[in-house]
Design a protein around this ligand. Sequence first.
Ligand code: NAP
Length: 295
Amino acid sequence: MVATHSLRARAWRNLGLLIHGYGRTSQNKLRDAVGGRTVLVTGASFGIGEATARRLGAAGATVLIAARSSEPLQAVADAINAEGGTAHAYPTDLTEPTEVDTLVKRLIDEHGQVDVLVNNAGKSIRRSLARSYDRPQDFERTIDVNYLGPVRLTMGLLPAMRARGRGHIVNVSTQGVRPFPVAPGWSAYLASKTAFEVWMRSMALEVRGDGVTASNVYMGLVHTRMSAPTPSLSRLPGLTPQDAARLVCDAIVRKPRSITPWWSPAVSVGNTLLSRPIETMLGTVFRRGEKGSAR
Ligand SMILES: NC(=O)c1ccc[n+]([C@@H]2O[C@H](COP(=O)([O-])OP(=O)(O)OC[C@H]3O[C@@H](n4cnc5c(N)ncnc54)[C@H](OP(=O)(O)O)[C@@H]3O)[C@@H](O)[C@H]2O)c1
């Protein structure tokens, strides 16, 4: 019985890896890329950010971690340090501009430079417009944490990277931005994630000549506390935070412009050719689901 359960769990995980992709970079290659380097990971108190920070710490990076919850954040730093790595926790609310400015100043004062920035912190909201008419804060919060905060942080660290002629910036984006077109119920989240993804791609063109590179990771479903409240997502095959961290580390080592799942080009072509029926179908499925949950 137990063996059947673990076989099923393994098959389910492998299906998640097949669909959403997996990082191929070995720990040795990661060590070559980040050993002795300073890497800032935002949103490292939980989920993908925590797993990424731990993987980087094990590979010899000096890991700087930021998020709001100071106790879990410090616990992540303590765990990395206890395993022989080097980590420093910086409790910060990315939606507060003064806190972001203070973070940038402290990082430069205390570490001199940040070699790699992983913009991972994020907030997702799944709510229909009908339930959002009197909730402008949903749009403000998502744009603050998913767009304005990371822009301010990146802008704070870019001048030193450009002056040194070296630096890499990773954005943990979502397949909801690419290759999927639009998704009813996710407007606040996807608009804010799209804003930062477009900003990143435009920024990359400006700074490339100064030796600074940028990667967008179009992450699939990852089973974290972010996806947990949506029951339909919990039932789908997805990645573990550790699998997702491997993809982020791939972006740090290989520095590609983007990491997308293997089926992304086919879906993009399908979206272009069949956008109208796909959007009609998405709208119908969403309305039926809303009626069902109202009943
Ligand atoms: N899970 C998925 O299926 C999925 C799929 C595609 C993309 N992503 C992206 O992956 C990233 C990480 O998500 P996750 O699934 O690991 O979610 P998670 O477990 O909820 O972690 C989110 C992290 O962001 C931090 N954060 C939230 N608001 C913040 C703020 N105002 N200031 C500073 N830090 C803040 C949280 O820490 P505090 O609460 O302590 O501040 C936490 O460490 C997000 O950008 C998300 O959009 C996730």
